[in-house]
Design a binder for this molecule. Structure first.
Ligand SMILES: [Zn+2]
Ligand SMILES: [Zn+2]
Ligand SMILES: [Zn+2]
Ligand SMILES: [Zn+2]
Ligand SMILES: [Zn+2]
Ligand SMILES: [Zn+2]
Ligand SMILES: [Zn+2]
Length: 381
């Protein structure tokens, strides 16, 4: 039956010590100082098992699980029950006080650590002072084979993740980020001009260099206005100018002289015209002043007219009010008269009515008397 040793937990010692890391001054034969589980030198709490008498690290032997078939902790050496262990003070006393030499070497195996001491101090030496022990980079880069002696150089000059600033623009990042990605976009990074031999043009100024400075760029001849169609290289421009423009320049000079003379004539004519104009202007000023004077007089007339109109309007208003009052008074008076007449008339009317009814009554009584008289007469007859 293939019974596997199952380890529950195997806490690694802070710094494991291998048998190859040191050499005894006098080799020991009484003890097997390597733990059969972790295969490192037992440096903490050596325990001896009862089953076969082997030594183990305390952490390693405590991690051996109970076997599900035999229901015991199976010893990795003798397969017996290794539950019973005890601290071996003898081991500690003898083994840890042995003199040892550090066997750590540099990468090329040319140099060796010169430390010697007791085994109990060896692990401390390894984890703090041994120049040829492996250490971790504090920037967590991927390099895993850094010797303590090389650490400072690694951190300062070699680590791809060390803090770094761009020497062209001062941007800060890890060395790898600056040199791999930042340099590709850094605006101050020196780039070579493809026309001239200048290798130190800032990336952001390359266009301007080509446009305004590059000696290998062609430029329009400064005498193109004289008809020169050539585009000399910027570096040859001076030579080009001194070479080939004498005839054209003297022609241009002659033309310039003629033009200047003509200009003088024009200037004189202009001066005369200016004088004429000045005279006209003065006349115009005089007219304007006269006009201003006339206008002021008109203004005074208009204001007087305005005043008299105002006065007339006021008088008309007063008269109008007076007339209105008078008319009202007259109308009122007439109304009162009419009312009075109406009253008189209505009284006359009543009287007339009374008189009329009396007349009717008289007529009726007279008629009656007449009829009676007629009747009497008739009877008498
Ligand atoms: Zn162990
Ligand atoms: Zn055993
Ligand atoms: Zn050493
Ligand atoms: Zn590093
Ligand atoms: Zn930069
Ligand atoms: Zn250039
Ligand atoms: Zn030219």
């Amino acid at each position: 039956m293939n019974r596997q040793i199952r380890i529950l937990q195997r806490p690694r010692p802070s710094k494991a010590v291998s048998r190859e890391d040191f050499q005894f001054e006098k080799e020991i034969t009484d003890f097997n100082i390597e733990c059969p589980i972790c295969l490192h030198v037992i440096m903490d709490d050596p325990l001896q098992s009862l089953c076969c008498g082997r030594h183990f690290c305390k952490a390693c032997i405590s991690g051996v699980e109970i076997d599900c078939y035999t229901r015991v902790r199976s010893c990795p050496i003798c397969r017996g029950d290794c539950s019973d262990t005890f601290p071996d003070k003898n081991f500690e006393r003898i083994v840890y006080s042995k003199a040892v030499y550090c066997m750590k070497k540099n990468q090329t195996q040319e140099a060796q650590c010169d430390w010697s001491g007791k085994l109990r101090d060896f692990r401390d030496h390894l984890s703090t002072t041994c120049p040829y022990d492996l250490v971790e980079c504090k920037y967590k880069c991927s390099q895993k084979d850094i010797l303590r002696v090389d650490l400072t150089d690694h951190l300062e000059n070699r680590c791809m993740l060390r803090p770094y600033s761009c020497q062209h623009c001062g941007a800060k990042d890890a060395y790898k980020a600056i040199t791999k990605s930042h340099y590709r976009v850094c605006k101050n990074y020196p780039v070579g001009c493809s026309h001239c031999s200048d290798e130190n043009v800032r990336r952001s100024e390359l266009n301007q260099h080509v446009k305004d400075e590059c000696p290998m760029q062609r430029v329009e001849c400064a005498f193109s206005w004289l008809g020169c169609k050539e585009w000399p290289l910027r570096k040859d421009a001076k030579e080009h100018y001194s070479d080939s423009h004498h005839e054209a320049l003297s022609q241009a000079y002659r033309k310039l002289r003629d033009d200047t003379d003509e200009l003088h004539l024009h200037t004189n004519k202009l001066r005369l015209d200016t004088n004429d104009l000045r005279f006209d202007t003065n006349e115009l000023f005089r007219d304007v002043n006269q006009l201003k004077f006339d206008m002021n007089i008109r203004k005074i007339d208009i204001s007087a007219l305005y005043d008299s109109l105002n006065e007339k309007i006021y008088n008309l208003k007063v008269e109008n009010a007076k007339l209105k009052d008078e008319m009202e008074e007259r109308i009122n008076r007439r109304c009162r008269d009419l009312e009075r007449d109406l009253k008189v008339l209505s009284k006359d009317h009543d009287d007339l009515l009374r008189w009329y009814s009396k007349l009717v009554d008289d007529y009726d009584s007279f008629k009656l008397i007449l009829e009676i008289s007629i009747l009497d007469i008739a009877i008498q007859l």
